[in-house]
Ligand binder design. Structure first.
Ligand code: LCS
Length: 397
């Protein structure tokens, strides 16, 4: 008789079954929404044991909730990490992790290219808390050695970087940082664990804006972080439970539901995006396309090595610069002119005046975010409909 018990499931299967268990009370297969703020203790002694950490039972939803725990276990399994934590937004995951790991006098090295709010929070850490930061290309070991300081405590990166799509070699980064006792924190929002798993490459913490591919349907704002049991416990005890930036049980349920289709969604995002990138690259009005799946992409070899697919995001520039880009964005009909990304719906937006407007113009230019850059998050609609919409919008640009 063959047994399934030792089988290591694939990621698509893990996205459906990982961390889930039939409800002990009813056998329900779908994770129930434990919509409760507090939990009754069977006795005063047991209540005291739970507060003392001597018993695992539930206390109060800010300190733990069964629906949220299923999601935390699922994302940890998907990322190949020991433990996970769920947050009210991607930004609350980022701010909680940074506040939990850093202290005044520390230095952060970050990728030259970050989501606008992440950049703004680094500025707040510097001006209000005495935690300095440097933006670096981090292109190789020499660049990292040049930019770290004796007080550098962590390196924070996005890869691919929002919205320029530049990549960072995570194996090189993790090895270099480890040799100097520096933590590596990777924002994996653009890839999802289906396409890239930084923990397996040696990084310490992975963060998601779960608002994007994890949820996938544009109906929830949420964040996740994974890492070792010890680090997650430390973050929970030091910041998460006190800042209270927790995920609501209903939102956890939406993410568990969204994750069940992660595999099929990501396959379709990648397939559609590849065709859109090739279409844009061949279009006479498009001067540049930044998509890791194009052989002309400068880091194509790294993309093939580090990622299991090239994702659904790209950015591009039109011949007429900002004016032409605005005209195109105003002309799309199927694609929505909206921020966010990773939804089943195709979304188009202008980073310099929208998602990255909070970064001073000179810094933005340094990051490669020109005023003419347009970002497209390719959805899972029928590819012919997406291409037809882009074609008519480009005709009018
Ligand atoms: N990290 C990345 C790479 C992001 O793109 C975002 C949001 C966040 C973190 C923050 O996550 P949130 O708190 O919104 O869940 N990015 C957005 C974007 O590019 N358009 O709209 C939001």
């Amino acid at each position: 008789m063959s047994s399934q018990s030792n089988r290591k499931y694939g990621r698509g299967t893990t996205a459906i079954h990982g961390g889930s268990h039939n409800d002990p009370l009813t056998g329900a297969i779908t994770t129930p929404i434990y919509q409760t703020s507090t939990f009754a203790f069977p006795s005063a002694e047991e209540g005291a044991r739970r507060f003392a950490g001597e018993s695992d039972g539930y206390i109060y939803t800010r300190l733990g909730n069964p629906t949220v725990h299923v999601l935390e276990d699922k994302i940890a399994m998907l990322e190949g990490a020991e433990a996970g934590l769920a947050f009210a937004s991607g930004m609350s995951a980022i701010t909680t992790v940074l506040l939990g790991l850093l202290k005044s006098g520390d230095h952060v090295l970050a990728s030259k290219g970050l989501y606008g709010s992440t950049y703004s929070f680094l500025v707040t850490l510097k001006t209000s808390f005495g935690i300095d930061f440097t933006l670096s290309d981090l292109e190789d070991e020499a660049a990292i050695l040049r930019d770290i300081r004796s007080n550098t405590r962590l390196i924070f990166v996005e890869t691919p970087i929002n919205p320029t799509m530049r990549l960072i070699d995570l194996t090189m980064l993790a090895n270099t940082a480890k040799a100097h006792g520096i933590y590596t924190v990777v924002d994996n929002t653009f890839m999802s664990p289906y396409l890239q798993r930084p923990i397996e490459l040696g990084c310490d913490i992975v963060i998601h804006s779960a608002t994007k591919y994890i949820g996938g349907h544009g109906d929830v704002v949420a964040g996740l972080a994974v890492g070792s049991k010890e680090m997650m416990h430390q973050l929970f005890a030091k910041t998460h439970k006190h800042t209270g930036s927790i995920l609501a049980p209903f939102d956890a349920y939406l993410l568990i539901r969204g994750l069940k289709t992660l595999g099929v969604r990501m396959d379709r995002h990648c397939e559609n995006a590849q065709k859109v990138a090739e279409f844009l690259a061949a279009h006479p009005k498009v001067t540049d396309v930044y998509y890791p799946g194009l052989p002309s992409f400068p880091q194509y070899e790294l993309a093939k090595r580090q990622m299991d697919g090239f994702g659904g995001l790209m950015s591009f520039e039109l011949e007429g610069g900002l004016q032409a880009g605005r005209k195109m964005m105003d002309s799309v009909e199927l694609c929505k002119l909206a921020v966010s990304l990773g939804d089943v719906d195709s979304l188009i937006q202008h980073p310099a005046s929208m998602t990255h407007a909070g970064i001073p113009a000179a810094e933005r230019e340094q990051m490669g975010i020109t005023d003419g850059l347009v970002r497209l998050s390719v959805g899972i609609e029928d590819i012919d409909d997406i291409l037809a919409d882009l074609e008519q919008a480009l005709d009018r640009a």
